[in-house]
Design a protein around this ligand. Structure first.
Ligand code: GAL
Length: 743
């Protein structure tokens, strides 16, 4: 049986490369845990060279004979940026290139049982020109270090490496499974074995067994078809039903190895007339996600990865995400499976195509991506073109052929930004940046493709650099930012030739000097880097049914002097209410309905109050009161103070209990608001965080609140205990404290 053990604890980190540490343990070096960023970075205004260096990670591995039991000793690295040389006891075992793919290392031949084995990983985090996405310019940072987990895997010499599971004919009554099983047979054994399978879910089991013949080859592919599987519930976005599929390899009733994977039964089809899930047409509505976070770049573990999927699904109410522009954490994808968030995953790259060696690496990325992520039901599309690259028929024929060979059932896409580009994929995926605030929101598909016939077509980016917007920008800009997203979504809903649209982007991100607002941040998100929403976030959220959640979000700081010429209106209200009643002080100003004249196709058009009589400059400023109605019933209200004063200071954690054994983390948000709980968007006062207990703060302890919010992540240290976090605003003499349990 395979044994898998998380190796997040007990690492040493040496920031300066020195050859001697290949052979020798450096006991004076820094003790660290994984995931790890090779450099803790400032929030902004730092150069992209800061993390581009070669560093060394070390760890002792010690296993006794009873643990190893004649098994292969392997390590699984989930992500190292961007080249890793793995040494054991001074011997180079593997050199892996590519910062987004996982890789396995077999240490067995150099592993000494019952002794200390020195593991040294030399990590080159520079932008090596021969490795995608490097070689040209890129609008994001790639950070450095062993930024995902590492696992020790002890494998029987005869083992099940992986199984690619397809679910053909999912729309028929009795379902079937096609499993392509890869068996590793180190000792080239031959003979008959029993291979059993068990498909399980809550109150569900379906099992069986077959005889298989080992052919004496070191690596054997075995195809298993399981038919007539009864009572299967399909996986879809509202009910993402998952099943565990467990295989057991047996020899004379003795268990040799087991392998478990999680699957869903679903049919995803792109057609010229739209996208269909299990035969039902749905419009894809999504945002692009970069996997970066403030201060630690990519080095965020399981909980934060899962939290992002939850934000996209439950807070932003999206049904789709694009993992721009690379393979993302398996934890993120697992959560997408669980919550029913559809995924467009793509290979690393940004506009640049390199030489043949570079292309070979990119083809390896295609293979690694599909091999790792094949079984995720949430993935509906493989991106096999370098984002926004020029046409290269030879290269893209190879990436498409490879993807189709590895996965005949899933469609491929290839994101481009040039019209009339060669269509070699199954879905024409286009970054359509035509909307600049004027009339046109999206091109028609045939304007873009230049093809005579209609093809499956998906918009994969819009907005972004066309209208960068900070969360602390002026109210009118924030309003226009939300409106631009709404106009594009509206056009998408109204065009049957467009399967959906995936906007740029979910979260702001640090970037190279050649992009962004000069502080090395692209303010393109509908949320900031801390995942705090801008109004545009509610442009998306308000498209959900009020049965799911009532959204009533007036885009206003409610002050007479924020806009030019003291204008308050037009007032934009992002909402899924049928209508809104608006009071200025005690005066009822009117009942307002969705702006259907401007937004004909949205599930929920915003409400726009074009003007109202606020008495004008110099008159007494009054409170605002908005009441939202659905089916004639008042379902939500928002009040805005006429005199915003910092009255509330809150400190909240996304999670109250964290795990001790695995390295865990959670986000903590300090927030200043007024008497009605409304954010104070220009509160930038300093905040001091302190922590007591077995966890640490990622990033600085003292910083500025940013537009009313100050967020941090804390990371556990592998120990149990109570953690107290305090936040103090010296200028306002406000203090808050919370407790988190680590167990
Ligand atoms: C696109 C690109 C994205 C991002 C975006 C900004 O061209 O694919 O990575 O840079 O522009 O709007």
């Amino acid at each position: 049986m395979q044994i898998k053990q998380n190796l997040s604890l007990g690492w040493r980190f040496i920031a300066e490369y020195d050859e001697q540490w290949i052979q020798k343990y450096n006991s004076d070096s820094e003790e660290i845990t994984l995931p790890h960023s090779n450099k803790e970075l400032p929030y902004h205004y730092f150069g992209e060279q800061e993390f581009q260096f070669t560093s060394i990670y070390q760890k002792w591995l010690n296993l006794d004979a009873s643990e190893v039991k004649d098994r292969l000793v392997c390590l699984l690295f989930e992500g190292v940026m961007c080249k890793a040389d793995v040494y054991l006891n001074g011997y180079l075992i593997t050199s892996h290139k590519g910062g987004y793919s996982e890789f396995e290392v077999d240490l067995t031949s150099h592993f000494k049982i019952n002794e200390d084995n020195l593991l040294t990983v030399i990590v080159d985090s520079s932008e090596r020109l021969e490795i995608p996405p490097f070689g040209g310019y890129i609008d994001y940072l790639t950070y450095g270090g062993i930024y995902r987990e590492v696992h020790l895997v002890l494998k029987p010499k005869l083992n099940i490496c992986r199984a690619k599971i397809s679910t053909p004919n999912v729309l028929s009554d009795d379902k079937s499974i096609n499993a392509l099983i890869h068996i590793h047979n180190e000792e080239k054994l031959q003979g008959e074995y029993t291979f059993s399978y068990e498909l399980t879910a809550e109150n569900y089991t379906f099992s069986g067994a077959v005889k298989i013949q080992l052919d004496g080859n070191k690596n054997q592919e075995y195809e298993l078809n399981i038919d007539d599987i009864p009572n299967i519930v399909l996986w879809d976005i509202d009910n993402p039903k998952l099943y565990h599929l467990c295989f057991v390899l047996q020899n004379n009733h003795q268990m040799v190895d087991t392998y478990t994977t999680r699957i869903g039964f679903r049919l995803a089809e792109f057609k010229p007339e739209g996208f269909y899930l299990n035969g039902q047409k749905i419009k894809l509505l999504g945002l692009n996600r970069h996997q970066s976070y403030p201060y630690v770049g990519y080095a965020m573990g399981k909980r934060a990865q899962r939290a992002d999927a939850d934000i996209l699904k439950y807070q932003l109410k999206l049904n789709t995400v694009r993992t721009s522009h690379y393979m993302q954490s398996k934890y993120f994808l697992d959560r997408c499976d669980e919550v029913g968030l559809l995924v467009f995953e793509e290979i690393p790259g940004w506009q640049h195509i390199g030489d043949e060696k570079w292309k070979q690496q990119s083809l390896r990325d295609v293979e690694d991506m599909i091999t790792r992520d094949f079984n995720h039901p949430s993935i509906i599309l493989w991106g096999v073109r370098i984002n926004e690259s020029p046409d290269d028929d030879g290269f893209y024929k190879r990436t498409n052929d490879l993807a189709h060979k590895l996965d005949p059932a899933r469609s491929t896409g290839g994101v481009r930004c040039i019209p009339n580009s060669r269509f070699l994929e199954d879905v024409y995926t286009m970054n359509d940046f035509v909307h600049n605030g004027q009339k046109v929101a999206l091109y028609g598909q045939q304007q873009v493709t230049g093809l005579k016939e209609k093809v499956p077509y998906l918009v994969t980016e819009y907005n972004g650099h066309m209208f960068p917007t900070k969360r602390i920008d002026n109210e009118e800009r924030l309003m226009e930012h939300a409106l631009r997203h709404l106009r594009v979504i509206d056009a998408m809903y109204g065009d049957d030739d467009i399967s959906g649209c995936i906007g740029w982007c979910a979260f702001d991100y640090n970037t190279h000097k050649d992009f962004g607002a000069g502080d090395h941040i692209c303010y393109h998100g509908v949320m900031d880097m801390f995942r705090i929403p801008k109004p545009a976030a509610f442009a998306y959220a308000s498209q959900c049914s009020p049965d799911e959640e009532v959204i009533l979000e007036p885009v206003t700081v409610w002050a007479r002097g924020e806009r030019d010429e003291c204008n308050i209106a037009p007032l934009l209200i992002l909402t899924n209410c049928d209508y809104v009643e608006f009071y200025f002080g005690d005066s009822f100003m009117g009942r307002y309905f969705p702006a259907r004249d401007q937004f004909k196709n949205l599930p929920h058009a915003p409400i726009i109050i074009p003007e109202f009589d606020d008495g004008g400059w110099g008159f007494n400023w009054q409170e605002a009161h908005f009441k939202g109605y659905v089916d004639g019933k008042k379902v939500a209200e928002r009040r805005y103070s006429a005199s915003s004063i910092a009255r509330n200071f809150t400190l909240t954690a996304d999670d109250q209990i964290l795990h001790a054994l695995l390295i865990d983390s959670t986000r903590i948000i300090a927030h200043i608001s007024d008497e009605y709980g409304n954010n104070l968007p220009f509160a930038h006062t300093p905040v001091e965080f302190a922590i007591d207990g077995p966890a640490k703060i990622l990033g600085p302890k003292v910083k500025s609140m940013l537009g009313g919010y100050g967020a941090i992540w804390i990371k556990t240290l592998g120990k149990e205990g109570d953690v107290t976090i305090t936040a103090h605003l010296p200028e306002l003499s406000l203090r808050q404290k919370i407790m988190i349990k680590i167990q």
